[in-house]
Ligand binder design. Structure first.
Ligand SMILES: N[C@@H](CCC(=O)N[C@@H](CS)C(=O)NCC(=O)O)C(=O)O
Length: 290
């Protein structure tokens, strides 16, 4: 790689750079097309996709509902990032950064816009008084780990995942660099989780932020990289990941806004708790076929 590329004086965008996300990545912000977002019947309107960042929020909403907070009922609309939905004008109005997840709370006038997955988790935790302690020490410990996740996961997703799974060729330098960092992060978690059930005291938004990335990584669901990263060696992360994976709200949260994987696990839009029984993609397609 180093032999055949010399950076030019001024960088220019080359759309043919290749790789799985070449068609959606671009160096400018702002909308590419006019498109209003749909609004459903609940105050909380979520615009998302079941990537790890999206799953954080749907797990939180399902956990709140499981605790009996009827006010956490929500409409979840699919934003297909592979088709550029994140660059529609309505979405950009909520999140000028054009990334899922984005939330609008219509219980306020005008509706409150919330973007960045951790900001959404924090907002919902405060709104419903759940999964974030009020005591200063306990709350700070939770927020330390939420912030750790937000700072660390781009090395896992944008770094390791991109170069190991999505780049058009396998280049050793970036794969070595980001595999090393990812394993260091797994070791941070493993040492911390030894003797602990959850990241910070009780189950909290710290677990909800970290599990969709590092939990699903050790469970073999990200980048087909479980063997490469020797995830079995992080025994405390594995135990924690399995315990969270078994929670019914987590299982439901993983299905919402999912437009990939087996059809019975996909609930592309969610507007009602009964949708898990009646609106999964296998059922929708069976009904369409008659
Ligand atoms: N820091 C953001 C990251 C969000 C993010 O990277 N979302 C990705 C999917 S996981 C996305 O929308 N990508 C679309 C794009 O890059 O155009 C958060 O935590 O909400």
């Amino acid at each position: 790689m180093a032999d055949d590329y010399t950076p030019p004086k001024v960088w220019e965008w080359k759309q043919e750079s290749g790789g799985r996300f070449a068609s959606i990545n671009r160096p400018i912000a702002g909308p590419t097309h006019d498109k209003e977002l749909p609004v459903g019947k609940h105050p909380l309107q979520l615009y998302s996709l079941a990537t790890p960042n999206g799953v954080k929020v749907t797990v939180m909403l399902e956990e709140l509902l499981a605790k009996g907070h009827a006010g956490a009922e929500y409409d979840a609309w699919l934003i297909n990032i592979g088709e550029g939905d994140q660059f529609g004008s309505g979405f950009v109005e909520i999140n000028p950064n054009s990334k899922i997840p984005a939330l609008a709370d219509h219980s306020m006038d005008p509706p409150l816009h919330v973007f960045e997955s951790a900001s959404i988790l924090f907002y919902l935790a405060e709104k419903f008084g759940e999964f974030l302690p009020t005591d200063t020490r306990a709350r700070t410990e939770v927020m330390n780990w939420v912030m750790w996740q937000m700072g660390s996961a781009p090395y896992l997703g944008g770094g390791f995942g991109h170069f190991y799974a999505y780049a058009p060729e396998k280049w050793q330098y970036p794969i070595d660099r980001f595999a090393m960092e990812t394993k260091r992060q797994l070791d941070v978690l493993n040492r911390h989780l030894e003797g602990r059930d959850f990241m910070a005291g009780e189950y909290s938004i710290a677990d909800m932020a970290i599990w969709p990335w590092y939990g699903q990584l050790v469970l073999g669901r990200l980048y087909s990289a479980a063997e490469f990263l020797d995830v079995e060696s992080y025994e405390h992360v594995m135990r924690w990941a399995k315990a969270i994976d078994a929670r019914p709200a987590v299982q439901r949260g993983r299905m919402v806004n999912r437009a990939f994987g087996e059809l019975h696990t996909q609930l592309r839009e969610r507007h009602d708790a009964s949708d898990f029984e009646t609106k999964t993609q296998d059922k929708i397609e069976a009904a369409e076929k008659g």
